[in-house]
Design a protein around this ligand. Structure first.
Ligand code: FAD
Length: 405
C-alpha cells in the first residue's frame, strides 16, 4: 500500500510512524515548508530544546520526503490519489484568529505566531521587524503560546544564545528595551488555557517577577462557583492556589516582569500611525446553560500603554481545493479521521485527516499521536476491506512541481 501524508508536523510524523509499523506500506510525506517537523521546528520555543527533540521519533528517513511542495497549489488531491491508495491531510491550523477590534492593523500590532515564527527562524518570516524599543508589551490571550512569548521577551538574551533561536531575533532581543510584559486573559484564572506546569515554571524563575493582581482572581459573575465544564477539578484548584500564591508575593525588583491580568478584554488598539497602547474593559464571567463560561463586559474601562501588542487567540485550519472544509470550526469534517461531506456525511474515498486540521487547534504535541493512530486505523481498516481504489503503479516520472526558492 502507498500512502501520501501531507504535512510533516507531529500529526504527519505520528501518522507516518503508525503506517510504517506495517510491512509493505510505503509513505510519501509532502510539506510546503522547506524543512520538516511543522510547529516543532517553527512553533516550540527555543528554550524548550527537549520538546523539539520529540521530532527525532518521526520516521522520515524511512519515508520519501518531498519538501517545498504545497498540496492544493503545486499538486492536487486527485494527482496524489492517482499514485497512492490514500492521502492523509495533517496540515495543521496555520491561520491566526483575529482580535477584530479597531487598531488591529497598526504597525506594532502583530499575531504572536508571527513573532514566534520569526524568533524560530521560519524563512517565511525572515526579515520581519518587531519594535522592541518601548518598555512594555501586551500579549492578548491566555494559552501556552502567550506564556512562551512573554518568557522569551523577558529572558536575559544571553540565556537564549546557546539555543537555536534565529540570529536576527537574538540580536533584536539583545537590543530590546522591553522590561514589562502584560498578559491579558478575558476570563478568570480558572479558565486560562495555559498549563499549570508552564505557569509554575515562570513563577519559579528568580530573574523574572511574576505579578498578579489579587482583585482580578475573583470573577464578579461567577462568585467562585464551579461550572459544568469541569473547571473545579483538582488540577484547576491547584492552579488557582499557585496563582494566588503568586499574587501574594512581593515583587523582588527583578529587571524584568510579567504581569498577568485576568477578566480583561481589549476593545481597541490605540495609536496614531503606530501602537501606543491598548484600551481594555473589565469582564464578568457567567456560565451559560451548556456549562460554557462566557466573559461579558462589565463596563469598566482602562488603558495600558505599550509599543508592542501581540494577539494570541487561537488558530484555524485552511481548506484544500476539492475537499470539504468546515468554515465555522476551521477543520476538515471527518469521522474518526475519514473526511466526510458535511451535508451528506458520505466519506470521501481515500481522504483522511489527522492532527489540528482534524480536531481543531487544541492540545500538545503528544495529543496528535492518539489522533493520528485513530486515523491510520480507519485507513488500514478501509484498505483491508477493499474500500480503497488501487492506484497507478509508482511512476518515475511522477513528480510534483517544486516550490520556488
Ligand atoms: P503542524 O505542526 O502545524 O504541522 C502542519 C504541517 O503541514 C506544517 O509543516 C505545514 O508546513 C504543513 N502544511 C500545511 N499546509 C500544507 C499544504 N497545503 N501542503 C503541504 N504541507 C502543508 N505543543 C507542545 O507539546 N509543546 C510546545 O512547546 C508547543 N509549543 C507550541 C508553540 C506554538 C506557537 C503553537 C502554535 C503550538 C505549540 N504546541 C506545543 C502545540 C503543537 O505544536 C501542536 O499540537 C502540533 O504542532 C499540531 O500538529 P499538526 O501536525 O496538526 O500541525
Amino acid at each position: 500500500m502507498r500512502v501520501a501524508v501531507v504535512g510533516s508536523g507531529p500529526a504527519g510524523g505520528y501518522a507516518a510512524n503508525a503506517l510504517l509499523q506495517h510491512r509493505n506500506v510505503e509513505v510519501d510525506v509532502y510539506d510546503r515548508s522547506h524543512a520538516p517537523h511543522g510547529l516543532i521546528r517553527y512553533g516550540v520555543a527555543p528554550d524548550h530544546q527537549e520538546t523539539k527533540r520529540i521530532a527525532d521519533v518521526f520516521p522520515f528517513a524511512r519515508a520519501r520526503l518531498h519538501l517545498g511542495v504545497e498540496v492544493g497549489k503545486h499538486s492536487s488531491h486527485d494527482e496524489l490519489l492517482e499514485f497512492h491508495h490514500a492521502v492523509i491531510y495533517a496540515t495543521g491550523a496555520e491561520v491566526d484568529n483575529r482580535l477584530n477590534i479597531p487598531g488591529e492593523g497598526l504597525p506594532g500590532s502583530h499575531s504572536a505566531r508571527e513573532f514566534v515564527a520569526w524568533y524560530n527562524g521560519d524563512p517565511e518570516h525572515a526579515g520581519r521587524e518587531f519594535d522592541l524599543s518601548t518598555e512594555r508589551a501586551v500579549i492578548i490571550g491566555n494559552g501556552n503560546v502567550a506564556l512562551d512569548v512573554a518568557r522569551i521577551l523577558t529572558t536575559d538574551p544571553e540565556q537564549l544564545a546557546s539555543t537555536d533561536i534565529a540570529d536576527p531575533a537574538l540580536a533584536a532581543l539583545r537590543a530590546s528595551r522591553i522590561r514589562e510584559v502584560v498578559v491579558l486573559g478575558r476570563r478568570g484564572v480558572d479558565h486560562a488555557a495555559y498549563s499549570t506546569a508552564e505557569f509554575l515554571a515562570l513563577v519559579d524563575r528568580a530573574d523574572i517577577d511574576v505579578v498578579v493582581d489579587a482583585d482580578e482572581l475573583a470573577s464578579p459573575g461567577r462568585a467562585g462557583q464551579p461550572d459544568a465544564a469541569g473547571q473545579d477539578s483538582p488540577l484547576a484548584r491547584l492552579r488557582l492556589d499557585i496563582v494566588r500564591e503568586a499574587a501574594a508575593r512581593k515583587p523582588t525588583g527583578a529587571d524584568r516582569r510579567i504581569i498577568f491580568r485576568y477578566l480583561a478584554s481589549p476593545v481597541e488598539i490605540l495609536g496614531d500611525g503606530r501602537v501606543t497602547g491598548v484600551r481594555i474593559v473589565r469582564n464578568e464571567v457567567s456560565v451559560d446553560g451548556d456549562g460554557v463560561a462566557r466573559a461579558r463586559p462589565a463596563g469598566v474601562y482602562g488603558t495600558i500603554d505599550a509599543g508592542l501588542v501581540l494577539g494570541s487567540v487561537g488558530y484555524r485550519g485552511s481548506a484544500i481545493a476539492g475537499l470539504p472544509f468546515d468554515d465555522g470550526t476551521g477543520v476538515m469534517p471527518n469521522v474518526a479521521g475519514r473526511i466526510v461531506d458535511p451535508r451528506t456525511h458520505d466519506e470521501i474515498p481515500g481522504a483522511y485527516a489527522a492532527g489540528w486540521i482534524k480536531r481543531g487547534a487544541r492540545g500538545v504535541i503528544g495529543s496528535n499521536k492518539v489522533c493520528a493512530n485513530e486515523t491510520v486505523e480507519s485507513l488500514l481498516a478501509d484498505y483491508l476491506t477493499g474500500r480503497l481504489e488501487t492506484p497507478s503503479p509508482p511512476s518515475p516520472t511522477f513528480c510534483v512541481r517544486p516550490a520556488k526558492g
